[in-house]
Design a binder for this molecule. Structure first.
Ligand SMILES: Nc1ncnc2c1ncn2[C@@H]1O[C@H](COP(=O)(O)OP(=O)(O)OP(=O)(O)O)[C@@H](O)[C@H]1O
Length: 252
């Protein structure tokens, strides 16, 4: 369904994504994890057609995302990093434009908007300006907008960030039903517990390179995903050397 082939993005001397290759099959929920600055947003932005790769290829089925952007955009729903919503619109208007600009008929947009608002618990907020929404509500309306054209692939950058636990369970439910119907989701998150619980596959990126990928069970290999992540990335090691911060008022 979704395939990335040796996707690379270079910014001057920084290789933000280094020959990233992985597949996401229909009906799969794949998590992309890695430390801050690892290249998750860079990779997801190249997949969703928002950031042109330096080299490599992204394909959704037979459609090359960077050769046929218009066709790709019909197939992909995107939740970008750092939401830049048209926040002088109401939630209802944002859903409307997201739908019609993707070619969905107006009557269908109205129907889907109502159902998405109900699913995300935003019914009473639809007539308010998005600029007045809380961070979690903005995330939810953006998620709803990413789905309104019934895409085949959802590319979601930190979909659970700022979302309360009850809403998170609700969003999980929506995503599970979506993949149950054959859709594919690729999403980033810093919550390894959530990725372990929700995703079937995982890709671990460090310094722009994929260092592990496969089913969640194969990658964690008998320990929790968080433990495996620590072992692979040595995150604990980086905490050494902060003794001065740990409760001593001595100044030597
Ligand atoms: N526009 C840019 N110009 C220069 N460097 C960039 C740019 N965007 C990202 N980078 C660099 O690319 C690397 C990967 O960044 P990216 O945002 O993809 O990481 P991330 O894994 O999403 O991080 P986080 O978990 O903090 O969101 C970082 O070193 C970052 O500084």
């Amino acid at each position: 369904m979704l395939r990335t082939e040796v996707l690379t993005k270079v910014y001057g001397a920084t290789v933000a994504a280094n020959e990233v290759s992985f597949d996401v099959h229909g009906g799969s929920l794949t998590g992309v994890v890695g430390p801050n600055g690892a290249g998750k947003t860079t990779t997801l932005s190249m997949i969703s057609g928002l950031l042109r790769p330096s080299s490599g290829r992204v394909a959704i089925g037979d459609v090359d995302v960077w050769a046929d952007g218009a066709a790709a955009k019909r197939l992909i729903g995107t939740l970008p990093d750092r939401l830049r919503l048209f926040d002088r619109l109401t939630g209802a208007q944002l859903l409307y434009y997201s739908g019609v600009l993707h070619g969905v008929a107006e009557a269908e947009v109205a129907k889907r908007s109502g159902e998405l608002a109900a699913a995300f618990g935003l019914e009473s907020a639809l007539d308010r300006l998005v600029s007045d929404y809380s961070a979690g509500m903005q995330k939810k309306i953006a998620l709803a907008c990413s789905m309104i054209h019934a895409p085949e692939v959802l590319v979601l950058d930190e979909p659970f960030e700022a979302i309360d636990p009850v809403s998170a369970a609700n969003v999980t439910d929506i995503l599970e039903k979506y993949v149950g119907g054959g859709g594919s989701v690729v999403m980033s998150s810093h919550s390894l517990e959530l990725i372990q619980r929700v995703c079937d596959h995982v890709v671990i990126i460090v310094d722009g390179s994929v260092i592990a990928q496969g089913t969640v069970d194969a990658v964690r290999d008998g320990v929790s995903l968080e433990e495996r992540f620590r072992l692979l990335t040595g995150v604990d090691e980086s905490q050494k050397g902060l003794q001065w911060l740990h409760g001593s008022s001595d100044s030597e």
